[in-house]
Each structure stands twice: as structure tokens, then as C-alpha cells.
Design a protein around this ligand. Structure first.
Ligand SMILES: Cc1ncc(C[n+]2csc(CCOP(=O)(O)OP(=O)(O)O)c2C)c(N)n1
Length: 248
């Protein structure tokens, strides 16, 4: 074991380690979750599936100043491990022990208490409005699965975010799974977007080709990144821009 998940400053490691070291960290976190949850019970698959994402969020954002809101909260184990709560996993979901969901009394890094699904985007919108009113510069990040993304309250939030052009981040963890396989029209739609690799391939090849053009290449490449929505429209045709069409 390279890392001591209980005593190491994992937030700092997320920010400073190399990508290869972070791969090792992710593997050790995944093994830790398997070892602990196989004894106590708890949400296994959703947490095994979010290890890299949680580490990446920790690398990019600065909690507790920035707020990361995990939808449902069943996939918050990795976030708990990264924020100094690994020792509590021997008593996960036991009376007086570590909660299986985000809890602000456990940590200042838990920005929002959940359990019900699909509230994260709406909560993020409210927090972003409060931030803007107070002149604060924090980032607000909602992390939501494709299963939770099908529920109505998400669209109420998108309706407001698009209209008010509110600055926040929404990470869609689109893994095709809800409690079982995700179903419904939106799931089919996301499946279509996900399986249409045309967009990703075009984006990567255009960017790397331009990156190779000396001096101005990089400037053009940056310009392209800024107008990636236009590329997406032209490559995907009618597919894949339901969110952009809402102005988000
Ligand atoms: C209102 C409500 N309905 C149902 C549930 C039960 N539930 C817990 S997790 C989950 C699905 C999670 O799927 P997804 O959002 O795709 O996240 P993933 O597990 O893939 O990360 C559901 C339906 C809930 N927590 N709240």
C-alpha cells in the first residue's frame, strides 16, 4: 500500500500527485471500499464507479470554499475518504457511526445533506444565487447520475439556470445505471449521445491537428475550445444538444 488512507492528507495528494500516482490512489480507495462495505454493507457499485471523478473534483476544486453537491449522496464514500473520514468506515451506517450519506455535522466538506434523489442541480442553483448575492467567488458543483437526471425537479432547476445564465458546474455521471439499468425516453436519449462517439473523435482530432501548427495553432485551438458548442452542433446534427438549447 502506497497511501495511508486514514492518516495521509488526501486532499493535498489529490492536488499535487502525478496522474500515475493518482491511479494508484484510486486503486487503493477502491480496494478499501470493497474491504469495508463487504463487512458493514452499503452502496458498493455507485462508489466504485465514482472514484476517479471524486479525486478529479478534489484536484480541481477547493472544498469547503467550493461546494460539491453529490446527488442522492449514496456515492459520497470516496468524498468522505478524501476528506479525512476513512477511519469511520468500520462503523459505516451503524448507530453513532459514519453516515452513508453526506452530513454537514461530520464534515465542513459536505455542502448539502441528501438522501432523496435529483435535488442537486436545484440546490446548486440556490447556492449559486446566494453566492452571487453575497459577492463570493466560490464554485458550485452538482454531481448527478443519469438515473437521477430524469426527475422533474432537475428540469425546474435547468429552466432557471438557463434563463438566468447562472454560473455553476453540473457533472453528469452518465453510466447507464440507476438502481438497475436506467430506463425511459431520457435514458434512451443519453444513450444515443453517449454512443455517438463522432463528436468526441472530431473534437480530439481537430484539437490535436491544430495544436501541431506552430504558434497560431494553439491560439486557434483555444478559439475552438471556446466555440465547442458550434462543433458539437455541426458534428452531431440534431442529436446531443438538449442542454445547450436551454442556454446552459
Ligand atoms: C426520490 C428518490 N427516489 C428513489 C431513490 C432511490 N435511489 C437511490 S440511488 C438511485 C439511483 C441512482 O442512479 P444514478 O442517479 O444514475 O446514480 P449512480 O448510482 O449511477 O451514480 C435511486 C433511484 C431516492 N434516493 N430518492
Amino acid at each position: 500500500m502506497k497511501y495511508d488512507l486514514i492518516h495521509d492528507d488526501l486532499i493535498n495528494i489529490c492536488k499535487t500527485a502525478s496522474i500515475q500516482e493518482l491511479d494508484e490512489l484510486c486503486a487503493e480507495i477502491r480496494q478499501f471500499i470493497i474491504d469495508k462495505v463487504s463487512v458493514t454493507g452499503g452502496h458498493l457499485a455507485s462508489n466504485l464507479g465514482i472514484v476517479e471523478l471524486s479525486v478529479a473534483l478534489m484536484r480541481v476544486f477547493d472544498t469547503p470554499h467550493d461546494k460539491i453537491i453529490y446527488d442522492v449522496g449514496h456515492q459520497s464514500y470516496v468524498h468522505k475518504i478524501l476528506t479525512g473520514r476513512a477511519a469511520g468506515f468500520d462503523h459505516l451506517r451503524q448507530f453513532g457511526g459514519l453516515s452513508g450519506f453526506p452530513k454537514s455535522r461530520e464534515s465542513e466538506h459536505d455542502a448539502y445533506e441528501t438522501g432523496h434523489s435529483s435535488t442537486s442541480v436545484s440546490a446548486a442553483y440556490g447556492m449559486a444565487i446566494a453566492r452571487d448575492m453575497s459577492g463570493d467567488d466560490s464554485n458550485i458543483v452538482a454531481v448527478i447520475g443519469d438515473g437521477s437526471f430524469t426527475n422533474g425537479i432537475v428540469y425546474e432547476a435547468l429552466n432557471n439556470i438557463g434563463a438566468n445564465q447562472t454560473n455553476l458546474n453540473i457533472v453528469l455521471n452518465d453510466n447507464g445505471m440507476s438502481i438497475a439499468h436506467n430506463v425511459g425516453a431520457l435514458s434512451k436519449y443519453l444513450n444515443k449521445v453517449r454512443s455517438s462517439q463522432k463528436y468526441d473523435k472530431a473534437k480530439i482530432s481537430v484539437k490535436s491537428a491544430l495544436g501541431n501548427v506552430p504558434v497560431i495553432g494553439r491560439t486557434i485551438s483555444r478559439g475552438i475550445r471556446n466555440s465547442k458548442q458550434k462543433i458539437k452542433y455541426s458534428v452531431l446534427g440534431e442529436e446531443g444538444h438538449i442542454i445547450e438549447d436551454l442556454g446552459i
